[in-house]
Ligand binder design. Structure first.
Ligand SMILES: Nc1ncnc2c1ncn2[C@@H]1O[C@H](COP(=O)(O)OP(=O)(O)OP(=O)(O)O)[C@@H](O)[C@H]1O
Ligand SMILES: [Mg+2]
Length: 276
């Protein structure tokens, strides 16, 4: 089986730079213990994602985002909902620098994404943001553990113990050596969550992470998000499932490329939203 070659000091790679825009360090360690049925109410920190007047026009004709402005604060869990084709994935991809806006500005962790060169963008994608997609995009010939180690490798980190600890706390301790195809969909998605948080990103971006899962698997995945959120992880999550849209602190609704509802404003919220 292919092995991941881990970064060494002589590679000249820097240790991860984290926690640029947080009031207090989030702990992505995925705590043990019973899962919470509700998010913990607490104050959130400074703005970590600021989208200003963002527009996206595909091929000169399809206006996917018309004029979108939104702010997400450190420690917040924001869900994005809206009809198919309303621009949810486009917005998430732009926040994660997987796509560029046609107009407007996006700042994440204090960085104006338009000002980052290719190397900075690669660094941003491996350290500042973590992605969880509906499709898992795991490397099929690498084991569960190696898939997570690969994410560390791209960030210049070599900490197999941390990778194993996160996987164990996500209930995958008995699957470390398995290949992705030997796992259930829910287990694969939890590997993706481990991969997304192993480098302690400033914000976790999730695009319909339970779209392919049954109810029980979805619940386990959302439990993982709740526990990460309770430890300070900032989450932006796109979902079609109305029940889960209320799991976060705030729900933003997109319709035809525009925000029609921005939920409650943060910071300073004083109670949890209802849960699925
Ligand atoms: N690469 C692309 N090229 C051209 N048009 C695109 C591209 N990506 C998305 N679009 C269009 O932009 C609009 C918004 O798409 P987007 O994928 O952001 O919607 P969405 O809200 O995520 O939808 P869904 O809920 O079905 O995933 C749609 O009209 C879509 O057809
Ligand atoms: Mg989408």
């Amino acid at each position: 089986m292919a092995r991941v070659r881990l970064a060494k000091k002589e590679d000249g790679l820097q240790p991860p730079q984290i926690l640029e825009a947080r009031e207090r360090p989030p702990d992505h360690s995925v705590p043990d213990g019973p899962s919470m049925s509700r998010p913990i109410p607490r104050r959130v920190g400074r703005p970590v994602v600021v989208v200003s007047g963002c527009q996206k026009v595909y091929e000169g004709k399809t206006a996917a985002l018309r004029e979108v402005s939104m702010t997400v604060h450190a420690g917040e869990w924001v869900t994005i909902v809206g009809p198919s084709g309303s621009g949810k994935t486009t917005l998430l991809n732009i926040i994660g620098s997987l796509d560029q806006p046609s107009a407007g500005q996006v700042r994440v962790g204090g960085k104006d994404l338009a000002r980052l060169d290719a190397a900075d963008l690669a660094d941003f994608r491996s350290r500042t943001v973590g992605f969880v997609f509906q499709r898992y995009y795991l490397i099929p010939y690498l084991s569960v553990e190696e898939n997570v180690l690969l994410a560390q490798h791209f960030a210049g980190v070599d900490d197999p113990q941390a990778a194993r600890t996160i996987l164990r706390k996500l209930g995958l301790g008995h699957r470390l050596g398995h290949l992705p195809h030997q796992l259930s969909g829910g287990e694969q998605q939890r590997v993706c969550i481990a991969r997304a948080v192993v480098n302690r990103p400033s914000v976790l971006l999730c695009d319909e992470p339970t779209g392919n899962l049954d109810g029980e698997s979805s619940r386990k995945v959302f439990d993982a998000f709740r526990r990460l959120h309770a430890r300070g992880t900032t989450i932006i999550l796109v979902t079609h499932q109305e029940g889960y849209a209320a799991a976060g602190d705030r729900s933003i609704r997109l319709v035809d490329g525009r925000i029609t509802d921005d939920g409650r404003s943060a910071p300073g919220r004083d109670g949890p939203a209802s849960t699925p």
